[in-house]
Ligand binder design. Structure first.
Ligand SMILES: [Zn+2]
Length: 367
């Protein structure tokens, strides 16, 4: 089995596991930095390794447009292209439907949109989506899904669910035929738990290697997201990976881990970092508007990251004010390190049977 559960927490549904891929094993729970176009913004592969990153996630739709399948095949895939030797997940691109400015239309046959770069019309079918992820060399590919916006009508949510199931059937058949190592299906159904249960049951018939939990964290209130997860997560097969897509804030990840989620990805930590919002062991530090000229402490005195070992708040504050790129790099290194550490520590606490205490201690720093 590519996924094994090492232990489950005695008091919650939290579990510690290990996902085995052709590019190494990923201890879970795990957070994946986002490399949409083949790079985690401002961060090098060496830095990702130093932080202890075991998996990243790229986006098939973006890489399909540029550099394109031909180029990806020519360089033998994204691992070689970006010099990353560990696990790569790829999102299918279905999520991009909700980005209205991209003006992506959907048909029974997939996504239809104008190439952002040259204006030509593209037909992105469930099969093509798998071909692209094969060219990328994804260790874990996601099936094409139809992600409705959070304020979609119940009818639209149902239609998107049906579309997701149709595309999933086609995608997994093709993906298996071309030998993609692991294929995850994406559960949709908005915030309607009954629809999500139905979607999960139908997807289960396709026997995917794991499940993406899609269509959440897209604008709905956080309590609604956790409520939906609470009502629908338990039906996911316990022996397969559960990956909550697009969630990356500390509290939401801990809430989701408590409900048995194994994987996360989000640009939230790096976006915050670039805007001067720093995650620390004592809570958030918003550098914007703060007078830090005389503050020579590190961003977080309890952090071992490269940024905190070397640089002061006063220096980083100066860099951010001057829009020096190094400032954004240093804060990104720190925020990613914070989140990766948090999830590593969450895993240790599950192994020690003390997840609830751990969660409480972290939440007390976030208030
Ligand atoms: Zn740090």
């Amino acid at each position: 089995m590519p996924f094994e559960i090492v232990t489950t927490d005695p008091n919650t549904q939290a579990r510690a596991g290990m996902l085995h891929t052709e590019h190494g094993s990923v201890p879970t729970p795990a957070y994946m930095p986002v490399a949409t176009k083949g790079a985690v913004k401002t961060i090098s592969v060496n830095e990702l390794e130093q932080m202890g990153t075991n998996a990243i996630i790229a986006n098939a739709l973006h890489l399909y447009l540029r550099p394109g399948q031909e180029n990806l095949r020519r360089v033998n895939g994204l691992h070689k292209f970006m010099r990353w030797e560990k696990t790569i997940f790829t999102d299918s691109g279905g999520f991009q439907i909700i980005r209205k400015k991209l003006n992506i239309k959907r048909s029974d046959d997939g996504l239809i949109f104008k190439d952002f770069f040259n204006g030509s019309t593209k037909h992105y079918t469930p099969e093509l989506c798998m071909d692209v992820q094969k060219a990328i060399g994804s260790d874990v590919a996601m099936l094409l899904d139809d992600c409705p916006p959070f304020d979609a009508t119940p009818q639209k949510v149902k239609e998107a669910l049906q579309q997701t199931l149709q595309w999933a059937k086609r995608g997994i058949k093709h993906g298996r035929a071309i030998g993609i190592p692991q294929i995850f299906a994406i559960v949709q159904g908005g915030t309607d738990a009954a629809l999500r249960l139905h979607c999960t049951e139908e997807l289960e018939k396709l026997n995917p290697d794991g499940y993406g939990i899609g269509g959440l964290s897209i604008g709905e209130p956080k309590e609604v997201m956790i409520q939906t997860l609470t009502e629908s997560n338990h039906i996911l097969p316990p022996n397969k990976v559960r990956y909550l897509m697009g969630v990356g804030s500390a509290k939401e990840m801990l809430d989701a881990i408590e409900l048995g989620v194994d994987f996360f990805d989000s640009t939230f930590p790096t976006q915050c970092a670039r805007h001067g919002t720093i995650f620390t062991s004592l809570g958030r530090l918003n550098m914007k508007g703060l007078r830090l000229e005389n503050d020579d402490r590190p961003l977080d005195e309890n952090c071992n990251c490269e940024t905190c070992q070397k640089y002061s708040r006063s220096y980083i504050n100066h860099l951010l004010r001057e829009h020096e790129m190094l400032g954004m790099r240093l804060t990104s290194i720190h925020n990613l390190s914070y989140i990766l550490n948090l999830i590593r520590n969450a895993r240790s606490s599950i192994l020690n049977g003390k997840f609830s205490e751990f969660k409480r201690s972290i939440l007390s720093t976030l208030d």
